[in-house]
Design a protein around this ligand. Structure first.
Ligand SMILES: CC(=O)N[C@H]1[C@@H](OP(=O)(O)O)O[C@H](CO)[C@@H](O)[C@@H]1O
Ligand SMILES: [Mg+2]
Length: 571
């Protein structure tokens, strides 16, 4: 095959060393730390995550990979420095793709090959990626970087920047941002419709949210809004507190926000935040039964891409409103607007859940004629499945989720604008387009999701208890079991039933069958921890607890449990 100078193939060097001889000097300065030992780093559900001390080389190399991805796509890509809801000494990388979503799954293998390569093999891996993906290395590579508040984050983002510069990339470092903000910037800058607009910056992000919130609450008496009680936000001592303070300032009297658990007053994610509230089923530190009865509250996680709501009722009992309840609230809004606009048969609406969704949420959606689909655990699977619908809502029970509207739907709605005369329809249309503006289309976003929840509570004139009452969660229990090799546990595609080992499959089936009506249980190997997770639901809390423990014992017995059989729950 003949190539001309203009052909991209012409710029593919036999080795990257031809272009960047300095690599030979620079790579050994960031070689894999001895402490990493034989450990294989894996690009898990949302990226690499480990103790920050062993991630230096990984960050340096991921800076390079982000640049290669950018050169390949001819668009901006990104790198977020965060370990989300994990402990303060940890850190991690989340790579952002050109559409503002997560890194394409087809590139995760490159991330792993690079991160795990011995120093002398890094050039070889880079060359393979460049050759396989036919990357013109002379192309411009542009990446955006941001980081959370961890002590290690600044240094690690600097290493990523160095790696990126080494491969000739241009780097724009946004400093402290939430993960969804970085996704938003990249989506906006790469989107031909938005890239020259006002929303493609940090200030633009707040403007976009505040303007959409204003539109969604415009039908409400402004005095009533000003008098409304505040939303108390547990920020997990993370970056969400800093960014939310800026957003709250712009919201002014439209919504009063009280920020708790800031980076200054405690350890990141320790006994607080969305993961703690949802997994341990405990109110966050900084909130108390006596002082906070009746207050509407929510918890973010360490990088503010998850949110769950909660409150103490007048009796002092604590209630959690998880991702399922948020999805149901959102689904109700879109179903109603589509009905008013007589578009329900033309525009498909669906909610994507995982096996962890409470059975009562499923029943609620079905009773309200909303389509429901199941995806494997992990937002990248949910996101993918949600694309089957014109308006796809996905939420994991842990509070990570969003709503995506297809471009053709947005176009269709904009075209309708000039044709409508009916006031009700005009209002519905304005609402649905404002919701599209408010909800982060790139990725789950705690700040945008929380504002949408608040807008809908205001529209319904509901208290948090009234929203909670749309359905009653079936009692459930989660726990986990350590076994020698968790890969021996196999499940069906949707993860609701075990398929191996055979004895475990039979044991779970028989335990569920004898656990009463509406009982359900499943086991699956965790994708992020060295354990098998157990989930059980039943008519009563005692029933769910008993079923979870019996299933945990069955995992221990039939799948090679380590140590004593389980006798208590592990969060
Ligand atoms: C039950 C549960 O909450 N699982 C979490 C957890 O995955 P596991 O594969 O269950 O470890 O971490 C994922 C990444 O944050 C998140 O997407 C998922 O929902
Ligand atoms: Mg997170």
């Amino acid at each position: 095959m003949s190539t001309t100078a203009a052909s991209p193939a012409a710029a593919i060097p036999a080795s990257i060393l031809e272009k960047v001889p300095r690599l030979m000097d620079e790579l050994p300065k960031h070689s894999k730390p001895a402490a990493l030992g034989d450990k294989v780093l894996s690009y898990g559900t949302a990226g690499f995550r480990d103790n920050a001390d062993i991630l230096g080389s990984t960050f340096h190399r991921m800076g390079m990979l982000a640049v290669l991805r950018s050169k390949k796509e001819h668009k901006i890509t990104g790198l977020m420095v965060t370990a989300s809801h994990n402990a303060a000494p940890d850190n991690g990388v989340k790579l952002v793709d050109a559409d503002g979503g997560m890194l394409a799954q087809s590139w995760e293998k490159y991330a792993m090959q690079l991160a795990n390569a011995n120093t002398e093999k890094v050039v070889e891996v880079l060359d393979t990626i460049i050759r396989t993906e036919k990357i013109d290395v002379d192309q411009t590579g542009n990446i955006f970087i941001a980081r959370d508040t961890r002590v290690s984050s600044e240094h690690l983002s600097e290493l990523a920047r160095e790696g990126a510069l080494l491969l000739g990339g241009n780097v724009l470092d946004f400093g402290l941002q939430t993960t969804p903000q970085l996704h938003h910037f990249i989506r906006m800058w790469n989107h031909e419709q938005y890239n020259k607009g006002d929303w493609a910056s940090e200030a633009g992000y707040y403007n976009m949210l505040v303007d959409a919130f204003k539109q969604l609450t415009s039908g409400v008496d402004q005095k009533k809004l000003e008098m409304r009680t505040p939303l108390y936000v547990d920020c997990a001592h993370g970056v969400g507190a800093i960014q939310l303070a800026k957003l709250a300032k712009d919201l002014g009297d439209m919504l009063h926000i009280e920020i708790r658990n800031t980076p200054e007053d405690g350890e990141l994610n320790f006994e607080c935040g969305a993961e703690h509230a949802q997994k341990a089923r405990k109110h966050p530190a900084g909130f108390s039964r006596d002082a906070d009865r009746g207050k509407r509250a929510c918890s973010l996680d360490g990088d503010a891409d998850r949110v769950v709501f909660h409150y103490f009722d007048v009796q002092g009992e604590w209630h959690l409103l998880d991702g399922d309840k948020i999805a149901c609230l959102f689904a109700g809004f879109f179903a109603e607007k589509l009905k008013t606009l007589e578009l329900a048969s033309e525009i498909s609406l669906g909610v994507v859940q995982t096996a962890y969704a409470n059975g009562a949420a499923y029943n609620y959606l079905k009773a309200n004629n909303v389509q429901v689909a199941m995806a494997k655990t992990g937002v990248k699977y949910c996101h993918h499945k949600a694309l089957d619908y014109d308006i796809g809502i996905y939420f994991e029970a842990n509070g990570h989720g969003t709503v995506m509207m297809k471009d053709h739907v947005v176009d269709r709605l904009h075209k309708m604008e000039s044709t409508l005369t009916d006031e009700k329809k005009k209002y519905a249309l304005a609402n649905i387009t404002a919701a599209h503006q408010l909800i982060n289309q790139a990725v789950g976003d705690a700040l945008s999701d929380a504002l949408f929840v608040e807008a809908l509570l205001i529209q319904h004139d509901w208290s948090i208890a009234q929203w909670d009452a749309i359905y009653q969660d079936l009692p459930s229990r989660q726990t986990k079991v350590k076994i020698a090799d968790r890969t021996v546990v196999k499940t069906t595609e949707d993860e609701t039933a075990a398929t191996a080992p055979e004895a475990l499959k039979a044991a779970v089936e028989s335990l569920v069958a004898s656990a009463g009506p509406n009982a359900r249980a499943f086991v699956r190997p965790s994708g992020t921890e060295d354990a098998v997770r157990v989930y059980a639901e039943a008519e009563t809390q005692e029933g769910a607890d008993a079923l979870a423990l019996a299933v945990a014992k069955a995992v221990h017995e039939h799948a090679g449990g380590i140590g004593d059989a389980p006798s208590a729950f592990v969060a």
